[in-house]
Design a protein around this ligand. Structure first.
Ligand code: IVH
Length: 690
């Protein structure tokens, strides 16, 4: 950055505060008001500038700086914390009549004269389907984020919560412009729901091995918040929506005004709440969202009603689990009945056979469904499902519909037994069922057209090489016409080849060719994921890429060596090792190499810097100056690899804050241990000076 080097400290302090404020403001515009005024690129540039300045003046870096969202990583279990006030749940009802009864009950319980107009006013809100968390702010700064746990004690997941850009690290109004009317308490508690948007959920699942996919966004959220790697949490793009504020300065405000205050403080509330003055208003809100909810970018599973007059909350009290001043109405499960027309057996990219039900089209959860998964061959037997049966389907996470049961009473005369294939529907090879597995496989890995096509689809998919236009239809034709056998062949396609395909004009063929060409730029981790190795999702590919630094080093590694990489277990390690031993993989890899795909992580080794040549390095404890990924990059750029478990093969241990048992083990084994500062010196010295 010109002009930034050798800045005077006073000027740097001013510039840091300016950038900090600007970044906070843009975050607010983006997350709370949903009206961004700059691009993500511009935001990132500004953030980079701040990072650079803070690196030059480390003592000007504060814990609430926007650069401090992704810290190191947590090595230990999450500490247990006690909530300031019990975190209650809500009593649920699926019946609209019960909502009416509840309303009347509250009316009776309340002291005379406390209601305005027709009855007590309620705030109707959306019921977000995620994970409840409590945030604690002291002097306007986020000091703690915790899960509900058993309501009394939860897990302190602050490092993960800090990565959510919709969670302000410092409250607005404390950064100079006081926006809310009251003063502020030394301690402010905000509760709300962490959730994943549908689109991010789909992308996340797309980046995971088939057998590790999350059933719905809520499970994905819960799984993500439990991760001990906050950099991965950051990547998964969770959101926080605030629905509860309890702290001294806001005690006198009715609930709907507290929601407004939350927005002033910098929180996202979703904005879809309504102050209802009578039961008809409430019914109206429930009705409106019944259909509208499918248009939301996230999932809701109902509506929450909260008595607006907070001064009456104590009077109504609570049961052991839930307060009496609120109730949740849950929309009925998204199920529908329809007729099973036929079953097709799909062959996945790893040869797995999946029965797919073809259905009479039926409306479900905002879309028309005509196909649904039956999971595996055992499921057909378990459900005792026949052709022409009436089946009940459900949308798991409102994304993938599945058949959950059959309606036996409605079984027609012509119900026919489903014949399960014994040979692959694509290539005719006898199917195999490994012992102890529910899945049946086509063992013809190399030439089964269905597997070849599915592998290519995976290769071209968004999280992998992201080749726009290389969809199912194109791949089908390329394989059928024997122009493509594996992903390597995509890079030798010429315009003439593409013009032979149906519905490919000059323009679309040229675009596709360009998209193939552009994909050469994808990073090594994406390439590794695109190869389609069993059990290797994008996160695992990243770990491998970062630990080994190049495809050729990884190929030479034994399964035991691969298993030393953080988060890589023996099953994955074995799978990776086996993949590289296959002659077909070797052939494809050579074609991809010729095509110029990226086979090494990040930049080439820093000039003159091979300080870690051939070394196995371990990080333990929290790093303060680098993220886990950055530190790993620094190691492999300089010839080393990063492993997770200490053994006699370990060469160096870098101990950060609160190092764990690895440090003890390393000391016992007499392995060299250095501090983060010493690590930086090693890295620094190696740059340029050699
Ligand atoms: S209020 C004491 N409001 O639903 C009342 N909860 O089934 C605290 N939830 O534990 C909760 N949206 O995790 C409230 N607008 C909303 C909500 C909401 C989702 C969740 C929350 C709660 C669960 C109860």
């Amino acid at each position: 950055m010109p002009g930034m080097k050798n800045m005077r400290k006073e000027d740097a302090a001013l510039e840091i505060e300016r950038l900090h404020k600007e970044l906070d403001r843009h975050n607010y515009l983006y997350y709370v008001l949903a009206k961004p005024v700059i691009s993500d690129y511009e935001f990132d540039r500004m953030l980079e500038k701040l990072i650079e300045l803070e690196q030059e003046f480390p003592d000007l870096r504060t814990s609430d700086s926007p650069t401090q969202r992704v810290g190191g990583w947590i090595t230990k279990e999450f500490p247990s914390v006690t909530h300031r006030e019990r975190m209650l749940s809500l009593s649920n009802t699926y019946s609209i009549e019960e909502v009416g009864d509840y309303y009347k009950r509250v009316l009776k319980l309340l002291p005379q004269g406390s209601q305005s107009g027709n009855g007590p006013a309620f705030v109707a809100e959306l019921k977000f389907d995620g994970v409840a968390v409590s945030l604690l702010y002291r002097d306007g700064k986020l000091v703690r984020g915790a899960t509900r746990g058993d309501g009394v004690q939860g897990d302190d997941i602050t490092p993960n919560i800090r990565t959510l850009r919709s969670v302000p690290l410092r409250l607005r109004g404390i950064s100079g412009e006081t926006l809310f009317s009251g003063g502020y308490d030394a301690e402010i508690e905000v509760r709300g729901e962490v959730f994943m948007r549908k689109e991010d959920f789909t992308a996340l699942n797309g980046s995971r091995p088939e057998d590790e996919q999350f059933a719905n966004p809520r499970n994905a959220t819960a799984g993500t918040l439990k991760l001990q790697d906050s950099a991965e949490v950051a990547r998964r793009k969770l959101f926080f929506v605030a629905y509860y504020l309890k702290s001294a300065p806001f005690d006198d405000l009715p609930h709907h005004e507290r929601l407004k205050e939350l927005e002033y403080l910098g929180f996202y509330t979703g904005g879809h709440y309504r102050l209802c003055y009578d039961i008809e208003d409430i019914y109206g809100f429930i009705r409106d969202w019944h259909e509208q909810r499918w248009k939301l970018p996230y999932e809701i599973d109902g509506v929450v009603l909260k008595l607006d007059d907070v001064s009456l909350w104590a009077e109504l009290g609570a049961t052991s689990k839930s307060p009496r001043w609120a109730i949740a109405y849950k929309y009925p499960a998204q199920r529908a009945r329809t007729v099973l027309v036929s079953v097709v057996f799909q062959v996945g990219r790893l040869g797995t056979i999946t029965p797919v039900a073809e259905l009479e089209p039926v409306k479900l959860a905002g879309t028309t469904v005509s196909r649904s998964t039956l999971h595996n061959l055992d499921e057909i037997e378990r459900l005792d499902v026949r052709l022409n049966d009436t089946v009940e389907i459900e949308k798991a996470g409102e994304i993938i519909p599945k058949v959950i049961s059959i309606v036996k009473e409605e079984r027609p005369e012509n119900a026919a037994i489903i014949t399960v294939p014994e040979v692959c529907p694509s290539c005719g090879t006898p199917l195999e069922r490994p012992p102890d597995e529910v899945n049946v496989y086509c063992p013809n890995e190399e030439t089964c057209p269905a597997q070849v096509k599915a592998r290519l689809e995976h290769f071209a998919s968004r999280n992998a090489m992201d080749i726009n236009g290389m969809g199912k239809a194109v791949i089908d034709q390329l394989v059928n016409s024997k122009q493509v056998y594996d992903a390597g062949d995509l890079y030798t396609l010429a315009l003439e080849n593409l013009l032979t395909l149906d519905r490919q004009g000059e323009k679309s063929a040229a675009n596709l060719l360009q998209a193939i060409d552009d994909s050469r730029k994808r990073g090594f981790d994406r390439v590794l994921f695109a190869l389609g190795i069993r059990h290797v999702g994008l996160a695992t590919a990243r770990e491998l890429a970062s630990a080994y630094g190049s495809l050729d080093t990884l190929r030479k590694a034994s399964a035991e060596q691969i298993a030393e990489v953080p988060d890589i277990g023996p099953v994955i390690a074995e799978s990776v090792h086996l993949f590289f031993k296959k002659p077909s993989a070797a052939r494809m890899i050579e074609k991809l190499r010729t095509a110029g795909l990226c086979f090494t992580a990040a930049k080439p080794a820093a000039e003159g810097g091979h300080v870690f040549d051939g070394m196995s390095v371990i990080f333990t404890g929290g790093l303060e100056r680098h993220t886990r990924e950055k530190a790993a990059d620094l190691v492999h750029e300089r010839g080393g690899k990063v492993v997770s478990s200490v053994s006699k093969n370990t060469d160096l241990v870098v101990a950060g804050a609160r190092p764990g048992s690895k440090l003890e083990k390393a000391l016992k084994l007499g392995i060299k241990v250095i501090s983060e500062v010493e690590f930086e010196e090693m890295v620094g010295k190696s740059v340029g000076s050699g």
